[in-house]
Design a protein around this ligand. Structure first.
Ligand code: NAD
Length: 381
C-alpha cells in the first residue's frame, strides 16, 4: 500500500499576516484523502485556531525545523521568508499565494535548488473545474465585504434609511468603482446594510452583475469597452483615462462613501479619484481605496494601511491586507482552495507534476530545477 504524503502547514511570518493555510476542518478532510498533516506550533493562533484544535483534528503539531525537514509538501499563504526558504530542499513542493512576479529572486533560487513551487495566484480562473481552488476570488470576496464594514465604521451616520420617533435618516449614498470579485461583494454588502449603491466598471459585462445586486450602473459617456478576451480589463489609453477621471468627478463628489477596487493585472492600479474630486466631497464622507499599494492606488494620495482624515473632513482609508483582518473567514475559504489544489496534484500517494494538465500548466512555477512559467522565468534571470 502507498504511504501517505506528508504535508506541513507553516506559520505565516509576515508581520501583518494573521491567516493560516489550513484550518482544523480541512485537516480532517485531507486525512481522509490520505494526507498526513504536520502543523507548525502556533500556526493558527492568530486566526483563532489553537494547536489543540489541530491535534484534535488529527494533525501533529511540531516546531518549524521539524516540519521543514519532514514535510514533502509545505502549505502556506504568503511566500516563505528567507529563513524557511533556506531550509527547503530538492523534491519538496511549496503551495501558496507565492506572488512569483514580485518575488522573482526567491523563485529563481528555490527553483535552482530543485524545490517545486506551486502558486495559487496563477490559477486559470475561467476553468470551471478550478473554481474550488480559486484563492484570488475567495480572498477578494472577503476583502470586498470588509472594505464596506471599514467604511461604515468610519462613517458617522447610518447606512440604511431609519425611521424612528427621533426622525428619519437618509440612506448613505455609496459608489463602488471596479466591479470584479471584490467590488461585487462590496456592492452586495453595502446593499445589505441598506445603502443606495451605484457601481462602475470599464468592462460593460459588469452592468448586469451590478444591477442584479440591486445597485445602479453608472453609464459614462466616451469610454470604450475595455474588456479583454480573458475577462480582465485592459489598461486605458491616457486620453480615455482623462475622460474617465472627468466623468467620475461629479459622482464621487455626490457620494457619502466611495470604495475603489480597480486593478489591471501586472500593472499599477488605474487612477480613478483625483485629489480635486476628494476635495469636493462633503465633510464626514469616507473613501476606501482597496487598490492602495506602494505603486499608488485608485485614489490620489492614498497609502496602504493608512487612514487619514483630510482637512475637508473626508476620511481616506488606504486598505492594507484586508483578508488578514478577517483571518478566520479568509483562512476557512483559503483552506478549501489549497486542499482542492493539493488533492488535484496527488497521484497514488505522491505529488505528480504534469504540466500537460491545464491547471498545473498555470500554477506550477518551478519544478525539477527549472522555472517553468515563461513570464516568471523571463524576469527571474
Ligand atoms: P481585478 O481585481 O483584476 O480588478 C477589479 C476590477 O477592476 C475588474 O472588474 C476590472 O474590470 C476593473 N477595472 C480595471 N480598470 C478599471 C478602470 N479604469 N475603471 C473601472 N474599473 C476598472 O479583477 P477580479 O476581481 O480578479 O476579476 C476580473 C475578472 O475575472 C472579472 O471579469 C471576473 O468576473 C472574472 N473572474 C472570473 C472567474 C471565473 O470565471 N470563475 C473567477 C474570478 C474572476
Amino acid at each position: 500500500m502507498a504511504t501517505a504524503v506528508i504535508a506541513g502547514v507553516l506559520r505565516e511570518r509576515a508581520p501583518d499576516e494573521r491567516r493560516v493555510a489550513l484550518i482544523p476542518d480541512a485537516v480532517t478532510r485531507l486525512k481522509k484523502a490520505g494526507v498526513e498533516i504536520l502543523v507548525e506550533t502556533g500556526a493558527g493562533a492568530a486566526a483563532w485556531f489553537s494547536d489543540a484544535d489541530y491535534t484534535a483534528a488529527g494533525a501533529e503539531v511540531v516546531p518549524a525545523e521539524e516540519l521543514l525537514r519532514r514535510a514533502e509538501v509545505v502549505l502556506c499563504v504568503g511566500p516563505p521568508d528567507a529563513e524557511a526558504a533556506a531550509a527547503l530542499r530538492a523534491g519538496q513542493t511549496v503551495i501558496g499565494l507565492l506572488e512569483p512576479y514580485r518575488h522573482q529572486d526567491i523563485v529563481a533560487e528555490l527553483a535552482e535548488r530543485g524545490v517545486t513551487l506551486v502558486s495559487l495566484d496563477l490559477l486559470p480562473r475561467t476553468l470551471s473545474r478550478a473554481q474550488s481552488m480559486d484563492a484570488l476570488t475567495s480572498q477578494a470576496s472577503v476583502a470586498g465585504y470588509k472594505a464596506v464594514l471599514l467604511a461604515a465604521d468610519s462613517y458617522d451616520r447610518y447606512f440604511p434609511m431609519l425611521t424612528t420617533a427621533a426622525g428619519t435618516s437618509k440612506p448613505a449614498v455609496v459608489l463602488v468603482l471596479g466591479a470584479g470579485v471584490a467590488g461585487l461583494q462590496a456592492i452586495a454588502t453595502a446593499r445589505r446594510l441598506g445603502a443606495v449603491v451605484s457601481g462602475y466598471d470599464v468592462r460593460p459585462a459588469a452592468k448586469g452583475e451590478i444591477e442584479s445586486l440591486g445597485a445602479k450602473y453608472l453609464e459614462l459617456e466616451g469610454i470604450a469597452d475595455a474588456a479583454t478576451e480573458g475577462g480582465y480589463a485592459r489598461q486605458l489609453t491616457d486620453e480615455e483615462q482623462q475622460v474617465l477621471l472627468r466623468a467620475l468627478e461629479d459622482h464621487v463628489a455626490r457620494a457619502d462613501v466611495v470604495i475603489t477596487t480597480a486593478r489591471v493585472p501586472g500593472r499599477k492600479p488605474p487612477p480613478l479619484v483625483t485629489e480635486r474630486a476628494v476635495q469636493r466631497m462633503r465633510s464626514g464622507s469616507v473613501v476606501v481605496d482597496m487598490a492602495a499599494s506602494d505603486l499608488g492606488g485608485n485614489v490620489e494620495g492614498s497609502e496602504p494601511d493608512k487612514t487619514a482624515v483630510l482637512e475637508n473632513g473626508v476620511t481616506l482609508i488606504g486598505a492594507g491586507n484586508l483578508p488578514s483582518v478577517m483571518a478566520t473567514a479568509a483562512s476557512t475559504a483559503y483552506a478549501r482552495n489549497i486542499s482542492a489544489l493539493l488533492t488535484h496534484l496527488l497521484h497514488e500517494g505522491a505529488v505528480r507534476i504534469d504540466t500537460d494538465d491545464e491547471i498545473q500548466a498555470g500554477v506550477v512555477v518551478a519544478h525539477a530545477g527549472a522555472v517553468l512559467n515563461t513570464t516568471v522565468a523571463g524576469g527571474a534571470k
